[in-house]
Design a protein around this ligand. Structure first.
Ligand code: PMP
Length: 766
């Protein structure tokens, strides 16, 4: 606004003659610092006119007048115009505006001063005192205010989600929105409410020369849950800090000294803080689109994202306990693991193994992180089933939406079955064009063998040593990994076993040159009356053993020449995990006749599938009806579609390639430093390293188990497998990051450094 015009207004409306004026930052209104000729300072605020704006400004003025009863210097005071009004409506630049004047508070924004414990303490005290003063304040306009900046109405921000460009960022916001629905909404009506300031950020709190704090900008006032005022304050105090929870704790402790918070209120803070951050990033994303010049709207964005990423890997139980400790409440203790195991074994067979010497009780999860009941966060470098990440909001949504609508079976017509089948088949070579849905990888193996037997007139099934294909009777019979064990059922006559081709443990003495060919020629000798040959492209249970080049090519040719069917078990290797390849068979440049899918196909929802050719399917169709009660049901199809969409949208296959290459490179560096790593192998995010006795190929099972268990102690999850259980397997959700790789590598080096301390070189100072 021009100076002349400003002079005129202020003189006419407030009898103030201006000495100087300065434009200040503002979110969606204009603010000026006015200095009068008599050297008094004021804040002039100009808003676009709307009836809604006017009533909120009147409510704000009313509240500030109410507060002025307490300590005048703590809050701005509305200034009446000559017309006896706290909000004037004027014509300015050809449009209607609302004008108001406030007293000016001296001080520096706390955003500009050093963040100290003392400051945090003062913030807690300031906000608690404000809450105390507002305790009995009532205002109809504020009571009925329903808008997106109030944490209780987090859901109103859903409309801004499309403005968050990066799908991997968007999923974090969606995750916290769902956590809020689950954990806060059911309790929200039982929480105490009050009029709250609702915007206690570092640019709304001032510190004066006497180190006293005051607070400005009451434009976000609303009636909400009192704990939301605390959550907003903790959010701003912590997202500026290197140790966010420490800073938040100081604020909380000091607030709680004045207003005691309940157990329930404290238990919700984790979700409320994340909700506040979601509101912040949603609105920043939106305002970036509609008003790219408004830098003020974006000041908090970076910090909010950083804090959200911190919270996504931090356990809610951990945060709750930190806050409980801060206010002097006892930390929540969870049930003892051993008691839980005892209980479990009363009803569940001991045959179901439990990982680790010190088993873990898991309570919740987020993407590549899992949280135990004690508040520990684990980096999941092991679980391949949640391929798009644990608790992915889109998967949750797909399950929940479809189950509210329809879940039935393939004897009725619903479009999801066609939509999903078409989408999935698009990922395969053209000749693989028929699909059967079941509920697990085991069922898929079982069905695949049925299909092969019905197509081929032969009788035998050829399998690889150490291969695993499932837990059904047939699955066990074709899984050397199971049937060959001491307590295993032994080899059935129809099963033909051939050696697992391994580059590291090359059965054929001499060079590794043409090793695939050597193993394939050796195996081909056993191809006689073979109906099906089944193998994984990289043997998971065999210890992440990558089949050598040309092996499958030669075998497939031989099998087909003898009228057998080639089956690729992609239960572990499928869906982009290998980075460069969407399916493992692509790595070997072959096209199978049947493909088995499981595990990650449903990100944890039980889906299995068999994909085959029309010819094989036709042979099967000569037999009896095939029916699976749950296979291909509408919920499973909805989940399957979501998994494929997420892999695409979040670019997860490419991430598996990039992060996988980096991971393998880093593991190879560790191998160079430590003589116990005999081999590093795998592809994409399906890797393994073999633990051996120093500089040999002799398996060191004991050390491998120690490493696995110590990684667990370091909060990193990996597995172990292979015929000697000496191969450490790592196959994380595909959202795994380079930073996550560094975490694994650092822990691994720390552990190995303990077993293989370097000789300390004594420097000769003489
Ligand atoms: N095939 C392979 C290669 C597997 O790894 C597994 C499971 N570990 C299966 C089949 C069986 O799948 P499910 O456990 O879902 O029945």
């Amino acid at each position: 606004m021009e100076t002349l015009q400003l002079n005129k207004f202020l003189l006419e409306l407030y009898d103030i003659s201006i000495q100087s004026h300065k434009k200040l930052d503002g979110y969606d209104n204009q603010n000026y610092l006015i200095k009068s000729r008599s050297s008094q300072k004021f804040i002039l605020k100009i808003y676009n006119f709307s009836q809604e704006n006017l009533s909120f400004i009147q409510a704000e003025n009313d509240c500030l007048n109410y507060l002025s009863k307490f300590r005048k210097s703590l809050y701005p005071r509305p200034i009446k115009s000559l017309k006896n009004s706290y909000a004037e409506i004027v014509e300015l630049d050809n449009s209607k505006k609302i004008i108001r004047m406030l007293s000016y508070l001296e001080g520096t924004f706390i955003g500009e001063v050093k963040q100290t414990p003392h400051l945090y303490k003062s913030i807690g005290r300031l906000i608690a005192n404000l809450s105390k003063q507002l305790k009995n304040y009532k205002n109809h306009i504020l009571s009925t205010r329903k808008w997106q900046w109030d944490i209780q109405y987090l859901r109103l921000n859903k409309k801004y989600l499309p403005y968050i460009n990066n799908p991997s960022d968007r999923k974090i916001v969606q995750y916290f929105m769902q956590q809020f629905e689950e954990n806060v909404i059911p309790k929200i009506d039982s929480l105490r409410t009050a009029v709250i300031h609702n915007d206690t950020n570092e640019w709304n709190i001032l510190i004066n020369r006497e180190n006293k704090l005051s607070i400005i900008d009451f434009g976000d006032l609303t009636k909400s849950q009192l704990i939301n005022e605390v959550a907003v304050t903790l959010t701003y105090a912590s997202y500026n800090s290197k140790n966010p929870l420490d800073s938040a704790s100081i604020v909380l402790k000091s607030f709680n000294k004045i207003i005691k918070l309940t157990d329930k209120e404290i238990s919700l803070l984790y979700y409320l803080i994340s909700a506040k951050l979601c509101i912040s990033v949603c609105n920043s994303a939106y305002s970036k689109k509609v008003n790219p010049e408004n830098k003020y709207a974006l000041v908090s964005e970076k910090k909010a994202w950083k804090m959200l990423r911190f919270l996504v890997k931090t356990s809610p139980v951990y945060v709750e306990n930190i806050f409980r400790k801060a206010v002097g409440k006892k930390i929540k203790k969870n049930k003892n693991v051993n008691e839980l195991i005892k209980k479990r074994e009363k009803v569940v067979s001991k045959l179901l193994s439990i990982s680790y010497k010190k088993p873990i009780v898991f309570e919740s999860s987020a993407f590549q992180y899992m949280f135990d009941n004690l508040g520990n966060s684990y980096l999941d470098a092991y679980n391949n089933i949640p391929i798009v990440g644990h608790a992915h909001p889109k998967i949750n949504e797909a399950i929940s939406n479809q189950s509210k609508k329809l879940n039935t079976n393939t004897r009725y017509i619903y479009e999801g079955l066609y939509d999903y089948s078409k989408m999935l088949l698009k990922k395969f070579p053209k000749k693989l064009n028929k699909i059967y849905f079941v509920n697990s990888g085991s069922e898929a193996s079982d069905l695949a063998i049925k299909l092969a037997l019905s197509h081929s007139r032969n009788e035998k099934v050829m399998v690889l040593e150490n291969g695993y294909h499932g837990n059904t009777q047939r699955g066990t019979e074709i899984s050397h990994y199971k049937f060959s064990q001491k307590k295993g059922i032994g080899k059935k006559d129809y099963v033909v076993t051939v050696p697992m081709p391994s580059l590291f443990n090359n059965k054929f003495n001499g060079s590794n040159k043409k090793i695939g060919e050597k193993y394939a020629i050796h195996a081909s000798k056993s191809i006689n009356n073979i109906a099906a040959f089944i193998s994984e492209p990289i043997l998971g249970c065999g210890g992440q053993v990558v089949l050598p080049p040309n092996y499958l090519k030669i075998i497939y040719e031989e099998i087909r020449r003898k009228k057998g069917v080639c089956i690729s078990d992609e239960v572990q290797t499928g869906f982009g995990r290998l980075g460069k390849y969407f399916w493992g068979f692509e790595m070997h440049d072959v096209i199978p006749d049947i493909v088995i899918l499981g595990k990650s196909i449903g990100n944890g929802h039980p889906i299995g599938a068999v994909v085959t050719t029309s010819e094989v399917s036709k042979s099967f169709e000569k037999g009896v009806e095939f029916f699976s009660s749950f296979g291909g049901n509408p919920i499973s199809c909805a989940v399957g579609i979501s998994v494929l969409e997420i892999i695409e949208q979040e670019n997860l296959q490419e991430n598996a390639r990039i992060v996988g290459n980096y991971y393998k490179k880093q593991l190879k560096k560790v191998q160079k430093k430590f003589p116990c790593i005999g081999d590093v192998r795998g592809e994409g995010l399906f890797l393994g390293f073999e633990i051996v006795k120093e500089n040999s190929k002799i398996p060191d099972t004991d050390l491998a188990q120690k490493i696995k268990n110590e990684l667990r102690t370091n909060k990193v999850l990996v597995g172990s497998d292979g015929p000697y259980n000496n191969v450490i397997k790592t196959k994380p959700p595909l959202c795994f990051s380079m930073k996550n790789v560094d975490t694994v590598i650092n822990s691994l080096e720390k552990i190995l450094g303990f077993y293989f301390p370097k000789d300390i070189k004594l420097e000769n100072n003489l």
